[in-house]
Design a protein around this ligand. Structure first.
Ligand SMILES: Nc1ncnc2c1ncn2[C@@H]1O[C@H](COP(=O)(O)OP(=O)(O)OP(=O)(O)O)[C@@H](O)[C@H]1O
Ligand SMILES: [Mg+2]
Length: 426
């Protein structure tokens, strides 16, 4: 890591401006951290009242994917830094705008393309001999690709938050899945890959000087649904699978760091612990979304968001603890329970204060503001919140989850509770 420091003050002593792309719940901590270090923060998010708007000095309601619009705001605001955290596709905008303005950024546009476009990503993974699902890229829905076996997963090459991702178990459902993926793809290309059975793991990593530090490995449980979507239901840590597959996971993460030439960055990797061993679903060079930085902090005590802002400032972050593969102490089972509501307009949560007060949950995260629309599809962008729980074991966790779903309400604009109660919520 080079040691020239990027600080929030220029030689005139005036605060320098950082542009932050995306203003969800997760970016509040990024903005707060930047401002605590003296930056003036300008937020860009196409929502009129995004959750992070109040944390920033100024908010522009523009799309983070509109490179020209972001470039013009960055010029107007004389930005010294353009960045984001915990979100995927905006990384491409960060790289392009920073390159255009000659600003420092961890990744070039070419590098980011391989980290955000699933076609380039899969190609790089397989070229480096890293185990992943067999795949092909298509742009028509003529017929299921030869050489791949059902069940398959169909997804847009340029998607995120599981939007347009569908499990297809038989050829009759093929066309509908391709149409769903195409509807959310900007470039129209679709990845088809074989379905990998097994337990899904999410690995949070901090890479320093090209060497990965694995912070946490959690299990991602998906909500069963007839549409073949993959909505994440909860993340649980520790995972017995992580401890069982420790060596394979470490080898795989080291190979990914090398293949994607990541030197100093947070990184998130989605894996399947399959009957054949560890397989990569995808990766990104960023902190994971869904309040994961708070989850990591609760479990490990390490503040990955501060580490990210250190890296943006070209300071070396503190060395993280290496506890990811230690068996859990008998008293600690952590769970991030994601919260969905029926389609409509979100207004407010009720009951969260009491749940916190009574110690049923440790932290509560509201990811939509009043008046935001919640769509029909079961994916992460339609989540309204999340609750972090710490339990003494499975039985205690299930009791806490039962109390959470009994006492929490996600109200629409008429005050009617629209919280979805998953059948498996305990
Ligand atoms: N080949 C596969 N085998 C099994 N499950 C898969 C496969 N590909 C995708 N999935 C499931 O679909 C989910 C979403 O896929 P993917 O991560 O590729 O898309 P995404 O749009 O980046 O979603 P997210 O932002 O939620 O990670 C995965 O987390 C996993 O549960
Ligand atoms: Mg993913």
């Amino acid at each position: 890591m080079k040691l020239t420091s990027v600080t929030s003050d220029d030689h005139t002593g005036l605060a320098r401006t950082a542009i932050v792309l995306a203003g969800g719940f997760d970016q509040i901590d990024l903005i707060t951290e930047l401002r605590s270090r003296g930056w003036r923060v300008v937020l860009i998010d196409y929502n009129k009242r995004p959750p992070a708007a109040d944390a920033a000095d100024l908010h522009y309601a523009e799309s983070t994917l509109d490179i020209e619009a972001v470039l013009s705001i960055a010029r107007k605001e004389q930005a010294a830094l353009v960045t984001t955290a915990c979100t995927d596709q905006a990384l491409l905008t960060v790289a392009h705008v920073s390159a255009e303005l000659g600003l420092r950024t961890p990744f070039s546009p070419d590098q980011v393309l391989r980290l955000t476009n699933k076609e380039w990503m899969k190609q790089t993974v397989l070229e480096h001999g890293i185990p992943s699902a067999a795949y092909t890229t298509i742009n028509t829905d003529d017929a299921p690709p030869d050489g791949l076996c059902f069940p398959m997963v169909v997804k847009p090459v340029d998607g995120n938050s599981s939007k347009g991702v569908t499990l297809v178990t038989e050829p009759a459902h093929w066309r509908a899945a391709v149409a769903r993926a195409r509807a959310v793809s900007r470039c129209g290309l679709i990845v088809c890959e074989e379905y990998l059975p097994g337990i899904e793991l999410s690995v949070d990593v901090l890479v320093l000087d090209g060497r990965p530090r694995i912070l946490m490995v959690s299990e991602s449980e998906k909500l069963e649904n007839p549409e073949g979507a993959f909505p994440i239901h909860r993340s649980v840590q520790p995972s017995a699978q992580a401890i069982r597959f420790r060596e394979e996971i470490e080898t795989c993460i080291a190979a990914l760091v090398k293949a994607f030439a990541i030197t100093d960055s947070p990184m998130i990797v989605q894996l399947i612990a399959s009957p054949e061993g560890i397989r990569v679903i995808e990766l990104s060079a960023r902190i994971a979304g869904g309040a994961k930085h708070r989850f990591i902090r609760a479990v490990t005590g390490y503040d990955i968001m501060r580490a990210w802002v250190d890296l943006l400032s070209q300071r070396r972050p503190p060395e993280p603890p290496q506890h990811a593969f230690l068996p859990a102490p008998p008293r600690a089972l952590y769970c991030m329970q994601y919260l969905y509501m029926r389609p409509g307009t979100f207004d407010r949560f009720e009951g969260d204060d009491l749940l916190l007060h009574d110690g049923v949950i440790q932290e509560f995260f509201q990811t939509k503001t009043a008046g935001m629309r919640v769509g029909e599809a079961l994916n992460s962008s339609n989540r309204v919140g999340a609750a972090l729980l710490r339990a003494s074991g499975q039985a205690d966790l299930h009791q806490r989850l039962a109390r959470l779903f009994a006492d929490l309400r996600a109200c629409d604009e008429h005050g009617v509770d629209q919280l979805l109660h998953p059948a498996t919520a305990g």
